[in-house]
Design a protein around this ligand. Structure first.
Ligand code: NAP
Length: 285
């Protein structure tokens, strides 16, 4: 990679950001497309967020991703926010257009594309969504915008499940309810079961947000977690011959959408998957 005065800078802000795959994905894509661009990581401490955004604007950083814990707090520093990001209440991608900062959310798009990449339909399906945090909101908004039949939300904190289900119901006029984990045991069939909690993430790899009896009622199972590649939740699905996928597809698709917002083109997803597998990157995380 040759860096000169024309090199365009992109990056990621978050705290902590050490284990992010985003620099690997975007730098590989820039290199493959021979774009004179570089993607950097910026670990920003909470008291510095406003100054960091001023700095990114002043240094003409062309675009940046935003990760935990700033997806919501970043919004106050931006000039324009897309309709989808407003509905989700979070921004994960920013474009710097001559000093005007525009915020988008590509997580929902990444999720929907990942499901489609698995050959699964979304329209008309009955979904059970585990979780009511930021990722669950992005997923539920995007499902509601893509013709879902119903969503049932479960969450450890039931008040948050109620708030999210009311929001989706009122905003999109679709069948969206919430229930407890015990009530979930009474459901007969689930078209798509989604884990949007952090339960099962390294190092807590022997935890699942629901029991195997719930997983086996599902036709397709998706875990937003990609590290580890096979959470206990996904292992329940594998063991019972149920089609399933981890969150790598969502990550790569959300990155691809951000890349398109910044550069006007998509990158080659297969190249990225191959690189991550060949280099054994997921195993070293
Ligand atoms: P968040 O806003 O902090 O929400 C965390 C969620 O996990 C909440 O629903 C929380 O429940 C639940 N939870 C946490 N610890 C729990 C426990 N011990 N028992 C039961 N529930 C627990 O985080 P987020 O941004 O939504 O992220 C959630 C997951 O999605 C993370 O694993 C993240 O890595 C993943 N993610 C993946 C992608 C991708 O591209 N693949 C993108 C975004 C996020 P309470 O409300 O009860 O606390």
């Amino acid at each position: 990679m040759k860096i000169d005065s024309n090199t365009k800078i992109y990056g990621l802000i978050g705290h902590p950001v050490g284990h992010s795959l985003s620099p690997i994905i975007h730098n590989l894509a820039f290199e493959h497309l021979s774009f004179n661009c570089i993607y950097e990581i910026f670990d920003v401490s909470p008291e510095c967020l406003g100054d960091a955004v001023k700095g990114l604007r002043a240094l003409n950083v062309k675009g940046f991703n935003v990760t935990v814990p700033y997806k919501e707090s970043i919004m106050q520093y931006l000039d324009v926010i897309s309709e989808e990001a407003m509905k989700i209440g979070a921004v994960n991608t920013v474009i710097n257009e001559n000093g005007i900062l525009r915020g988008y959310n590509t997580d929902g798009y990444g999720f929907i594309e990942a499901i489609k990449d698995e050959g699964e339909e979304i329209a008309g399906r009955d979904i059970v969504l585990i979780g009511a945090g930021g990722a669950a909101k992005a997923v539920s908004v995007s499902l509601a915008m893509n013709g879902i039949n119903s969503i049932t939300i479960i969450n450890r904190n039931l008040d948050k499940a109620l708030t999210l289900s009311n929001y989706i119901k009122n905003e999109y006029h679709i069948d969206c309810t919430y229930c407890t984990i015990d009530e979930l045991n009474e459901l007969k069939n689930i078209d798509i079961l989604i884990n949007a909690t952090s339960v099962g993430m390294s190092p807590h790899i022997d935890e699942s947000p629901v029991k195997e009896q719930v997983v086996i009622k599902s036709r397709f199972v998706y875990d937003l977690i990609y590290n580890p590649q096979k959470t206990l939740f996904l292992r329940y699905a594998f063991k019972n011959g149920i089609k399933c996928a981890n969150g790598l597809g969502m990550l790569v698709n959300q990155a691809n959408h951000a890349f398109k917002l910044w550069t006007g083109v998509n990158f080659n997803k297969e190249l990225i998957y191959k690189h991550i597998q060949v280099e054994g990157i997921m195993k070293t995380m």
